[in-house]
Design a protein around this ligand. Structure first.
Ligand code: GTP
Ligand code: ZN
Length: 187
């Protein structure tokens, strides 16, 4: 995927400021296009990352029991309104055949997939599917809880409303005890 076009973002922000009736040449706004371009470079940096790369290096450890990294904070941008949604992700999996991932890689996968124009459902399922394909574990279960600024500061205006999504793969689909174990641990 192509790298972010900084001059184009700067021009777009100048146009946007003009379009809302602002003067992009007034002192306080002079550096705003540059700042916004820099910010977008950061918040959309995941567009150039394939999360599969985080699971190319694995460890060999005979642990075929639950692994859960919970309360991973994340920030993303809703693709409908380009305003933030943010919250916590919980990533669980059961390794198979001694294929164990570095724990930080679970958080890195959430981070990379969040840093794009997104839907909460897609963050949840993309990371689950990536882990299933690369680690080939017994199962993956991901729960994401987030507050969407597009439901808080505008539109329906419901601050505090939380959206919870889950993606359940492999053994978690058939074993309700294992699902319950994850839910109990993330409470
Ligand atoms: N499924 C899903 N919807 C989202 C997400 N983020 C924002 N939305 C919703 O996207 C929808 C877009 O609806 P539209 O009717 O096209 O846009 P709108 O007129 O701005 O909608 P309102 O927010 O209801 O004012 C809204 O219902 C948002 O709440 C997300 O991550 N997943
Ligand atoms: Zn939105």
């Amino acid at each position: 995927m192509s790298k972010i076009n900084t001059p184009q973002i700067e021009e777009a922000i100048r146009l946007l400021l003009e379009a809302v009736g602002e003067d992009p040449n007034r002192e306080g706004l002079l550096d705003t296009p540059k700042r916004v371009a820099k910010m977008y470079e950061e918040v959309f940096s995941g567009l150039t990352i394939d999360p599969k790369e985080y699971f190319e290096t694995i460890f060999h450890e005979d642990h075929e029991e639950l692994v859960l990294v919970k309360d991973i904070p994340f920030y993303s941008m809703c693709e409908h309104h380009l305003v933030p949604f943010y919250g916590k992700a919980h990533v669980a999996y059961i390794p198979k055949g001694g294929r164990v991932a570095g724990l930080s890689k679970l958080a890195r996968a959430i981070e990379a997939v969040s840093k794009r124009p997104q839907l909460q459902e897609r963050i949840t399922s993309t990371v689950a599917d990536t882990m299933m394909e690369t680690l080939e574990p017994h199962g993956v279960m991901i729960v994401v809880e987030a507050e969407h600024m597009c439901m808080t500061m505008r539109g329906v205006k419901k601050p505090g409303a939380k959206t919870v999504t889950s993606a359940v793969r492999g053994v978690f689909q058939t074993d309700s005890d294992k699902r319950a174990e994850v839910f109990a641990m993330i409470k």
